[in-house]
Ligand binder design. Structure first.
Ligand code: 3PG
Length: 393
């Protein structure tokens, strides 16, 4: 694939698709990681004397009413602070004002236009990759840099559509994500250990299957543990269970043999709440209790399995980390990974990325992905349309 370094940028109008779909509360950004992650690409283009036209989607827009609270304006303001320079904001996704603002750009200027999904109100043009829309956006620039890794699993007008109409390249963030996640999955330094958690087996089937084929060990934690326990005939009390996934879990256990490692103890409570008494139980979960975190013996077991690992990929928390009573398993696993020597440690985005950040381990990993759905699909071994569409060298 081409990267931004392969492009002639000086004096060029450079379209940059970023993923600025950041969490917001009451009109304020609550986590700006995704904006920070786009800075290397933007800084580079500006240093090279390019004119930046940057854009993204924010949230999901189905109707005119959904637009409230989903303007890119607060994001343009935050980007301006982070870049230390003016970011001109145009509250349009197309039209004369936008075209004039583009024409007025000087080298080294930055312009952001409105939420690409505002085009979804009128026939889902963005999300359905309407060909006229992709062509229109492409016509605003000379070259296209796709740095929206978090959106790479979507084939939308603002990534795939533009790339099919103008020379395109990957930004530094996309390049970094591919090197870390793709590198781990396709040519890992071994031993390669995967840690998979989260509530549901159904969300992770593809990842479990792909990583069972590629990793040396797959450690399972989180709520999905209990569907596997059920498959082994264990008691699970009132723990989360996906009845229709029990036979699949059984198949996976049989196929994987000792490659698949399940928790040996759980932190349990009588309800899904932070205000109840907790207990640690080994194996079976007693009636009336539910497993909400992995226990200390499991942490010990996982820590042994991780000894000497050279590559570790982690996706999905080990317990209900949002509640302090059930955060220890996730936090302990963070700590084990932080202390591994000589290992490439990768968090595959989504909840586990949030957990690592909230628990204070943000700087202890080789890479924390900015993708949620995108990194999950990448770990499943799927081709990401946003990346596939980028021009080849
Ligand atoms: C994400 O946050 O996963 C991406 O920005 C994609 O958002 P979407 O799931 O609404 O397409």
């Amino acid at each position: 694939k081409k990267t931004v370094k392969d492009l002639e940028l000086s004096g060029k109008k450079v379209l940059v698709r970023a993923d600025f779909n950041v969490p917001m509360k009451d009109g304020k950004i609550t986590n700006d990681n995704r904006i920070q992650a786009a800075l290397p690409t933007l800084d580079y283009i500006l240093e090279q004397g390019g004119k930046v036209i940057v854009f993204s989607h924010l949230g999901r827009v189905k109707s005119e009413e959904d637009k409230a609270g989903l303007s890119m304006k607060p994001i343009a303001d935050r980007l301006s602070e982070l870049l230390g320079k003016d970011v001109k904001f145009v509250a349009q996704t197309r039209g004369e004002e936008l075209e004039q603002a583009v024409a007025d750009l000087n080298d080294g200027d930055v312009l952001m236009f409105e939420n690409t999904r505002f085009e979804d109100v009128d026939g889902k043009k963005e999300s359905k990759n309407d060909s006229e829309l992709g062509k229109y956006w492409a016509s605003l620039g000379d070259v296209f840099v796709n740095d929206a890794f978090g959106t790479a699993h979507r084939a939308h007008a603002s990534n795939v559509g533009i790339a099919s109409n103008v020379e395109s390249a990957a930004g530094f963030l996309v390049e970094k994500e591919i090197n870390f996640i793709g590198g781990a999955v396709d040519e890992p330094k071994r031993p390669f250990v995967a840690i998979l958690g989260g509530a549901k087996v159904s969300d992770k089937i593809g990842v479990i299957e792909n990583l069972l084929a590629k990793a040396d060990k797959v450690l399972i934690g989180g709520g999905m543990t209990y569907t596997f326990y059920k498959a082994l005939g264990k008691e699970i009390g009132s723990s989360l269970l996906e009845e229709d996934k029990v036979s699949l879990a059984k198949e996976l256990i049989e196929k994987a043999g000792d490659k698949l490692v399940l928790p040996v103890d759980s932190v349990v409570a009588s309800e899904f709440s932070n205000d109840v008494e907790t207990d640690v139980v080994e194996g079976d979960v007693p009636e009336g209790k539910m497993g909400l975190d992995i226990g200390p013996k499991t942490v010990e077991l996982f820590s042994k399995e991780l000894e000497g690992a050279k590559t570790v990929v982690w996706n999905g928390p080990m317990g209900v980390f949002e509640m302090s009573n059930f955060a220890k398993g996730t936090s302990d696993v963070c700590e084990v990974l932080a202390n591994l020597e000589d290992a490439t440690t990768i968090i595959g985005g989504g909840d586990s990325a949030t957990a690592a950040q909230q628990l204070g381990f943000e700087d202890d990993f080789s890479h924390i992905s900015t993708g949620g759905g995108a990194s999950l699909e990448y770990l499943e071994g799927k081709e990401l349309p946003g990346i596939a569409a980028i021009s080849d060298k």
